[in-house]
Design a protein around this ligand. Structure first.
Ligand code: SAM
Length: 216
């Protein structure tokens, strides 16, 4: 497996986040034991930093899984901030609900159940920040559906844009070929999108971050 940064530096940075609370540590452990893909620890630190500094009033997350990043986002919002999060898996929704209840953040988080491609067009009000973390083959469509739901100067954050390092490699193993192609195509559009000013950071599995240009 290629890497984005060396393991030793990654572990060094993560070591500063070891004082996370028991709930967060237990979700991380559950995800590890049950192969649930959740946001990398360093990437989640970055996401929290953006939320704490930008203080968005309305956040949309696409891909709740078991509520790990939802809890991290919601706990970083200010008093009036709210999170809407979309998830298709019934099993994940149940676990996310349990974790969110334990976090005491139920009032700030609303889970929308179902296919994000069907739910997003029906969302009424725009968002200050959108976090996209769903199936990679859906990324392009979800990006195009999300942009009209983002306020001018709003931020969009996308996970996995370096895809374990594969996107930058000339040779890709069979298992990752298809998904790597999806991410490469997505990155080309994301980085050159006329409505966005975007970059990709070497945090976690590669975090894309973009701001929506004014008057688009
Ligand atoms: C990578 S996980 C999300 C991890 C989560 N953001 C975290 O860091 O804790 C992706 C989740 O998105 C859900 N998902 C994928 N594609 C989706 C879609 N098109 N609509 C709704 N949910 C989707 C999957 O069921 C999965 O639980």
């Amino acid at each position: 497996m290629p890497r984005i940064i060396y393991e030793i530096q990654e572990k060094y940075i993560s070591s500063f986040a070891e004082n996370d609370d028991e709930l967060i540590l237990s979700i991380e452990e559950y995800a590890k034991q049950n192969s649930v893909p959740i946001l990398d620890k360093n990437a989640s630190q970055f996401l929290e930093l953006i939320i704490k500094s930008y203080q968005p009033k309305r956040v949309l997350e696409i891909g709740t899984a078991i509520g790990y990043s939802s809890i991290k986002i919601a706990r970083s919002l200010d008093k009036k901030g709210i999170l809407h999060t979309i998830e298709i898996s019934e099993n994940n929704i149940q676990l996310a609900n349990e974790n969110i209840l334990k976090s005491g953040l139920s009032k700030k988080i609303k889970i929308f159940k179902g296919e994000a491609k069907e739910i997003i067009p029906d969302l009424k009000k725009k968002y200050n920040l959108i976090f996209l973390d769903a199936d990679k083959e859906d990324y392009l469509e979800l990006l195009e559906l999300s942009i009209p739901k983002l306020k001018n100067n709003g931020i969009i954050i996308v996970d996995n844009l370096l895809w374990h390092g594969w996107v930058a490699k000339t040779r890709v193993i069979k298992k990752y070929k298809r998904s790597t192609e999806f991410i490469r195509e997505f990155n080309n559009i994301f980085m050159n999108h006329p409505k966005l000013f975007a970059t990709i950071l070497t945090i976690g599995d590669g975090i894309g971050i973009a701001v929506k240009k004014k008057n688009d």
